[in-house]
Design a protein around this ligand. Structure first.
Ligand SMILES: *[C@@H]1O[C@H](CO)[C@@H](O)[C@H](O)[C@H]1NC(C)=O
Ligand SMILES: *[C@@H]1O[C@H](CO)[C@@H](O)[C@H](O)[C@H]1NC(C)=O
Ligand SMILES: *[C@@H]1O[C@H](CO)[C@@H](O)[C@H](O)[C@H]1NC(C)=O
Ligand SMILES: *[C@@H]1O[C@H](CO)[C@@H](O)[C@H](O)[C@H]1NC(C)=O
Ligand SMILES: *[C@@H]1O[C@H](CO)[C@@H](O)[C@H](O)[C@H]1NC(C)=O
Ligand SMILES: *[C@@H]1O[C@H](CO)[C@@H](O)[C@H](O)[C@H]1NC(C)=O
Ligand SMILES: *[C@@H]1O[C@H](CO)[C@@H](O)[C@H](O)[C@H]1NC(C)=O
Ligand SMILES: *[C@@H]1O[C@H](CO)[C@@H](O)[C@H](O)[C@H]1NC(C)=O
Length: 327
């Protein structure tokens, strides 16, 4: 996602109040930072990028939040000179693993998030730069098999930690929905072959937008609802990964919440229900003003009232936002 809107104290109070629900299994925040300064590869740990602030994680866990989504950059995990696949930069992996293990050691769930829009090789102008993974007419693109190999290795390393949740990819967009299906399915198969049985979050086209799951989101692209029903999981343990912003173009870049909420979730919720699927809202966010707080509250109430939704993580907390934030 585009905006860098830190979580505020008012918001923290609002979503802490909402975590008492019995139906929502996972409630928390993104800890953005591991993917920051993406124009600077590999970048320096601590200044360009950083995954968590341990005392901020303590604050959230102690307050009753149980889920932290942890974005990272594929080009840092799998540097360009060795390419996308099962060879990692072990230093970056170790920094990421330290964050994952800290969250789960505190009893939380950690959502793994390759923050790459199904692109790899040039993150400098995300979300649009870089070759689309699996684009067979782009000689520079890594393949669907490369991506599956990456996931097999990563899943193997976390297979024994039941509190890890595997988010396949952040916000695919502007590519054939069928290619998203192929990349998703190859990764799911690879993860299960690696022996990992944890919950997998499966994204769709159109920046995985919850409000347009039933709609075409690019020229000639089929709706997620028409294509992703072909997903199969040998372990029967996946949920669709959805995002939702409330400004006029659902980009999360404006302060005003102008979209009707929670009505914008109604059609997708019906689709989930009719097809016996669940969903996880791994990003949603809004400006710090009273209209947006009301919108957020209405949305959280909708999620709690519909068992199709099993969890959510707000965008965003994180160690590198600067001052004036809750963490
Ligand atoms: C590997 O990661 C470390 C730590 O994040 C970083 O300092 C180093 O430059 C990286 N190396 C490559 C080849 O990306
Ligand atoms: C592949 O990358 C090279 C080097 O950056 C570039 O010159 C070439 O145009 C790229 N090819 C495609 C198909 O994008
Ligand atoms: C796939 O790569 C080709 C060659 O670079 C490019 O023309 C095409 O737009 C790419 N496909 C998508 C969906 O971007
Ligand atoms: C999205 O798709 C639904 C279901 O087909 C349709 O009712 C709705 O009008 C579409 N919305 C837009 C903005 O195209
Ligand atoms: C969205 O709102 C902003 C002001 O916050 C305005 O500049 C922009 O033109 C609006 N965009 C649309 C698509 O209405
Ligand atoms: C829906 O999914 C649940 C849990 O996987 C399963 O027990 C149930 O049989 C399914 N129902 C239908 C109608 O497919
Ligand atoms: C959120 O909405 C619910 C139901 O509409 C209402 O009872 C509650 O007071 C609201 N909470 C806040 C903090 O606005
Ligand atoms: C970590 O978070 C704590 C508590 O929110 C804050 O006081 C501290 O300044 C943060 N440390 C860094 C290095 O950002």
């Amino acid at each position: 996602m585009l905006p860098k809107t830190p979580v505020s104290h008012g918001l923290t109070a609002l979503f802490l109040a909402a975590t008492t629900s019995a139906k929502i299994l996972y409630a928390g925040v993104n800890s953005a930072g591991g993917e920051f300064a993406q124009q600077n590869l590999p970048g320096a740990f601590g200044t360009d990028y950083r995954f968590i602030n341990q005392s901020a994680i303590d604050f959230f866990i102690d307050a009753g939040v149980n889920t932290i989504r942890l974005p990272f950059l594929l080009e840092r995990m799998c540097p360009l000179d060795t390419g996308l696949g099962s060879t990692f930069n072990e230093s970056y992996f170790s920094e990421f693993q330290t964050a994952v293990n800290y969250v789960t050691m505190r009893g939380g769930y950690a959502v793994i998030d390759p923050h790459n829009y199904y692109r790899y090789n040039d993150p400098s102008s995300q979300p649009s730069s870089g070759s689309i993974i699996g684009n067979t007419t782009d000689a520079n693109a890594s393949t669907t098999a490369d991506f599956a190999a990456f996931w097999g290795e990563l899943a193997k390393r976390f297979a024994t930690n039941p509190n890890v949740i595997l988010g396949l990819m952040n916000e695919p967009h502007d590519m054939p929905t069928e290619l998203i299906l192929s990349n998703n399915q190859a990764s799911i198969d690879s993860i299960r072959q690696a022996g990992a049985k944890q919950l997998i979050l499966v994204p769709g086209n159109g920046f995985t937008g919850a409000q347009r799951w039933l709609n075409s989101t690019c020229s000639g692209c089929k709706p997620n609802a028409d294509v992703l029903t072909a997903i199969t999981d040998p372990a029967s343990n996946f949920a669709f990964d959805m995002h939702l912003y409330f400004d006029n173009d659902t980009s999360g870049t404006h302060n005003e919440c102008t979209l009707a909420a929670p009505g914008n979730l109604a059609a997708t919720t019906t689709w989930l229900q009719e097809n016996n699927y669940t969903a996880f809202l791994s990003e949603f966010g809004a400006g710090a003003n009273s209209v947006c707080f009301k919108t957020l509250n209405n949305t959280l109430m909708w999620l709690e009232d519909h068992p199709q939704f099993i969890g959510w993580t707000y965008w965003a907390a994180g160690p590198l936002w600067g001052s004036g934030t809750a963490c």
